[in-house]
Design a protein around this ligand. Structure first.
Ligand SMILES: Cc1cc2nc3c(=O)[nH]c(=O)nc-3n(C[C@H](O)[C@H](O)[C@H](O)COP(=O)(O)OP(=O)(O)OC[C@H]3O[C@@H](n4cnc5c(N)ncnc54)[C@H](O)[C@@H]3O)c2cc1C
Length: 401
């Protein structure tokens, strides 16, 4: 069944595997590829069929990829497949508070590293991972098929598909996003809090060059980020209230461009839209346990964080890297669905994920509130952090992972 697509006859007969990965988003696709040298027969299942590459002005779903995630994609054989002219390197990051002079600057030069992170369109990463997974030795793939029932047994896990087929696996991995079907079917305890905000995204051409600097402004009730893209282009991520997001999306292009340029204090001069603006609801999701006997959760199925630090996908790639490592390093006799093995993965990820949830949630609250004293606290906090080099270095270490 290895390396076959959904339509091949042998994939149709593929009802047995060691690891069934449900969800072929960026995290699931990366994880499936990372299992290549594990000796485990892997099946990657997704309810959707991947969209055909389009020739428009670019994907407005972009990601800040940390150096750690770049290394992971490299090991997956995906990074080298992304054309270098579609990758923008970030050499510095400027974060502005909502008071004069409240600013923090992180620079790659100060950290003695070439780049702080890389900005890449989501579809470029997805296509690179798909190409890597299609190579001989990659996972079997079954796309456009929905699972309808999941039964966790002592010896294995059985997943029924809507078309009547069943998949028999030793381990099921839920990489099926925030509304994870796997998590729901297993009845795993979790909490979701809607921020009452949307992430409004769009790409622009700008009058002035971005100089490889990512810029972020904490403005009244939200956060605006302009991330450098190749050439004189930038990508907007504006986290703002549901009501304001609806107003923004209802604007004519000219009014939208003007409001964004004003929020960004005209740092890059005039701005011209090159993609349609879109919005995504923002949530905080916490899961009590990310593993069960014969089951593990990865990526947004296991945690969702506010995008103000651009770390959700990076956390997901770290999950994928860690679970693949634990499975690769299991003893030759070990069962890949063994709870003790899976708990190693859960333990290794717990602290990092909790710290990111705590930090992004805390920052979101601090900058969303209009409470007395909060403005002083957040702006003084930025100035203070900017002045204390060891503190800045700790923040950078986390962002680079
Ligand atoms: C505005 C915004 C900006 C962001 N920017 C960044 C950033 O700069 N850097 C960063 O690191 N993170 C960022 N994030 C977070 C990032 O988008 C997510 O963390 C990441 O996309 C999660 O990937 P995933 O593969 O876990 O889930 P998803 O992308 O949700 O993929 C889930 C997959 O599972 C499939 N699926 C779902 N249900 C089923 C089912 N029942 N059966 C089979 N398949 C199923 C879906 O079709 C999909 O392919 C941002 C988020 C937002 C909202």
């Amino acid at each position: 069944m290895q390396g076959k697509t959904a339509d091949s006859d042998s994939a149709r007969a593929a009802v047995e595997c060691d690891v069934l990965v449900i969800g072929a988003g960026l995290v699931g696709a990366g994880f499936a590829r990372a299992l290549r040298s594990s000796g485990l027969r892997t099946l990657l299942l997704d309810a959707e069929v991947p969209a055909e590459p389009s020739q428009d002005g670019g994907d407005s779903r972009i990601y800040a990829i940390s150096p750690g995630s770049k290394d992971f994609l490299d090991q997956c054989g995906a990074w080298g497949r992304i054309a270098s002219e579609r990758i923008a390197c970030v050499e510095a990051m400027q974060v502005f508070g909502d008071a004069q002079g409240a600013e923090i600057i992180f620079s790659a030069y100060d950290c003695a590293i070439p780049e702080l992170c890389y900005i890449v369109e989501g579809r470029e990463i997805q296509q690179a991972l798909a190409a890597a997974n299609a190579e001989p030795g990659g996972p079997a793939r079954l796309f456009g098929h929905s699972p309808v029932a999941l039964a966790l047994g002592e010896e294995g896990v059985l997943v029924d598909l809507a078309d009547g087929r069943s998949i028999d696996a030793r381990l099921v991995v839920g990489a099926d996003g925030m509304n994870s079907w796997v998590r729901e079917m297993a009845g795993m305890e979790h909490s979701v809090r809607a921020y009452g905000q949307q992430g409004v995204v769009a790409n622009f051409e700008t009058e002035l060059g971005h100089e490889s600097i990512a810029r972020q402004w904490f403005v009244s009730g939200g956060v605006v980020a302009l991330l450098p893209l190749p050439g004189n282009r930038v990508s907007l991520v504006w986290s703002t209230s549901d009501a304001h997001a609806a107003r923004l999306l209802a604007h004519e292009p000219h009014d939208f461009e003007h409001e964004v340029a004003t929020a960004c204090r005209h740092a890059l001069g005039a701005m011209r839209l090159v993609t349609l603006p879109r919005s995504f609801p923002l949530h905080l999701l916490r899961v009590a346990q990310t593993v069960r006997p014969r089951l593990a959760l990865l990526g947004d199925a296991a945690h969702v964080v506010h995008p103000l630090a651009g770390q959700g996908l990076n956390l997901g790639f770290q999950d994928a890297c860690e679970l693949a490592r634990v499975l690769r390093e299991r003893g030759p006799q070990d069962d890949c669905g063994d709870h003790r093995l899976l708990r190693r993965y859960a333990r290794a990820r717990r602290e990092t994920v909790a710290a990111m949830q705590w930090t992004t949630d805390g920052l979101q609250r601090l900058f969303a509130t209009r409470a007395y004293g909060a403005s002083w606290l957040r702006n003084t906090g930025l100035q203070f952090t900017n002045a204390i080099v060891p503190l800045k270095n700790i923040l950078i270490e986390h962002a680079l992972a």
